[in-house]
Design a protein around this ligand. Structure first.
Ligand code: SF4
Length: 555
């Protein structure tokens, strides 16, 4: 296959199929499975932008394909794929191993094509990437790469902003100077994504994440940047300003948001997730009005960074027949939540839960985490008990818990000033991260310990919190016995793997269990735990012809 630009999403660890990697709960609160198969939304805006400028762009989700097809020959696929420029995302540091390995293979087979990395993690580590990994020709810097990527294609690196590249053995860098303050031009055209699926003729290779086929969800980026300063977040105000030269938010206007929603709704009835708190830029009223006018069949999901007032919830409730909400209190304890950087107490959160019940939202999802500042191992059981307390206010509440894993983000406040926030950062250079990702157990990939928990405490308390929360969900009828038992099996296997690793025993004996639980059951458990509303892709598609094609490709 030949394209102008091939955008490639790697699994977190390139050769995960040949290793006994088992990382149960670390991807629990995102649609990805344990190899982080979800590509960044930036890939989709980039593909849309470049396609509209006349370039033939292909998006290839290798992580998703490799999860679905154990026999898929990655090297052969990459050898046969031709492109002038190969773009690989290294946005989340969790892809450090896979992204660099794919870069190496591509360069080997296509020495005359350019191999380019992009995303916040590659921006942060750009110098090390350029000095240590010869297969990478350039890194496009910053939180947005649409305009620099186009310049790079049209005029080469010398005249491109936001780029570091190799020039006859010398490393050169053009300043990070293109920082958009408005996102209206950078939308996702879902029609282009459909074309991509047709081009791949393979659903698992063309989807944004592996389980998209069974549980599709569309996302709309409403903002870049953040006004909060959560201590471990690489997308915080502090990190953006200090490392990515973003001192203000980039917003998408209500009109552009509504147009993007309409584009999705014309194609499919899949749920739509709005990335970013719409209170930024005071857009709730206008967005709500425009969405209501669309009379949507799609379920909508909105996220909040702090509990909103009733007026905001009233407006959002009118946007669709089913509206879901998400918020991350991180801990049931106010002291811990505030130390992390979320400045609100339980009273405000509980008020939000009451409004959710009163206004008839479909569900409110709460996200909790282990590994936070001031958090001690004995706080693990509080997640389940607080969840049960909130269920007494409203049975529309659901909750999820995961470890802060595998990494405190590079460039975050806890990374830059660990001692101030009670953290110790164990790895500093990219190569250490790349290696840590291949650890047999996720305990050894954690890049931190805190003044209150070492790495073992983070693992133990995360598994306990997960187990207890599932027991509470079973108790209130949110999950069935089978899901509960499967989830329990994952935790048991996790503990067993860790025991073997600590004793220095080979994991061969566990190969089959790991493969069964990690690959086959993880998806089923996650779907049953209902991270978001589900319906399969073919059912969501409105055009009968397209629905037929997707059904055919799904078989
Ligand atoms: S975790 Fe905190 S700092 Fe990071 S994006 Fe969310 S609200 Fe902003």
């Amino acid at each position: 296959m030949k394209v102008d630009v091939a955008l490639i999403h790697a699994p977190s660890v390139y050769d995960f199929r040949d290793r006994y990697l088992y990382a149960t709960v670390i991807s629990e609160v995102v649609p990805s499975l344990f190899v982080f198969d979800m590509m960044p939304y930036g890939f989709l805006t980039l593909a849309t932008y470049l396609s509209r400028k006349g370039y033939k762009v292909g998006i290839f989700n290798l992580a998703s394909k490799m999860l679905r097809d154990r026999e898929f020959d990655v090297e052969k696929f990459l050898k046969d794929l031709e492109a002038d420029v190969f773009g690989i995302d290294l946005h989340w540091l969790v892809h450090a191993h896979g992204a660099l390995e794919i870069a190496r293979i591509l360069k080997e087979y296509h020495p005359d094509s350019k191999v380019v990395l992009g995303g916040l993690s590659s921006t942060f580590f750009r110098r090390e990437i350029m000095t240590s990994y010869n297969s990478v020709d350039a890194v496009l810097l910053g939180d947005s790469t649409e305009v620099p990527f186009l310049k790079f294609l049209e005029e080469g690196p010398t005249r491109t902003p936001n780029v570091v590249w190799r020039d006859n053995g010398r490393i050169r860098e053009n300043e990070l100077s293109w920082i958009p303050d408005n996102l209206d031009e950078f939308i996702i055209d879902h029609g282009i994504l459909v074309k991509n699926l047709m081009r791949c003729r393979d659903l698992s290779l063309g989807v944004p994440f592996c389980s998209f086929i069974e549980a599709p969800i569309a996302g709309i980026i409403t903002v870049k940047g953040c006004s909060f300063n959560c201590v471990t977040c690489g997308g915080s105000k502090f990190t953006y300003s200090r490392f990515f030269r973003r001192d203000g938010l980039a917003l998408k206007s209500p009109r552009a948001i509504a147009d993007e929603v309409e584009g999705i709704a014309n194609l499919s009835s899949m749920p739509i997730f709005f990335v970013g708190d719409l209170r930024y830029g005071d857009r709730v009223e206008e967005v709500s009005k425009l969405l209501k006018e669309l009379d949507l069949e799609n379920e909508l999901i909105f996220e909040f960074f702090s509990p909103p007032p009733k007026r905001v919830l009233e407006q959002l409730r009118r946007t669709s027949h089913k509206v879901y909400l998400q918020i991350s209190p991180e801990s049931p304890l106010e002291e811990v939540r505030r130390a992390f950087g979320r400045p609100y107490g339980n009273e405000r959160l509980e008020k939000m839960v009451r409004y959710v019940e009163e206004l008839g939202f479909e569900r409110l999802d709460l996200y909790f985490m282990m590994g936070l500042p001031r958090q001690t191992p004995d706080q693990a059981h509080l997640v389940a008990s607080y969840f049960l307390k909130l269920r007494e206010i409203s049975n529309r509440v659901n909750a999820f818990v995961s470890p802060l894993a595998p990494f405190v983000d590079p460039g975050s406040r806890a990374f830059v000033n660990p001692e101030v926030h009670g953290y110790e950062i164990l790895f500093r250079d990219l190569e250490s991260y790349r290696r840590a990702l291949t650890s047999y157990h996720w305990k050894y990939s954690l890049n931190y310990r805190t003044a209150w928990m070492d790495r073992q405490d983070v693992v133990s308390s995360s598994l306990t919190a997960y187990e207890e929360l599932n027991r509470a969900k079973l108790e209130v009828g949110l999950i069935d016995e089978r899901t509960y038992e499967l989830a329990k099996r994952r935790v048991q296997l996790d503990r067993e793997v860790l025991k073997y690793v600590e004793m220095g025993l080979p994991l061969d004996k566990m190969k089959e269990s790991i493969e069964e639980v990690a690959i086959k059951l993880d998806a089923e458990v996650k779907k049953s735990l209902s991270l978001y509303p589900t319906r399969d892709l073919a059912q969501c598609i409105k055009n009968p012809l397209l629905r037929g094609v997707v059904s055919f490709l799904t078989r």
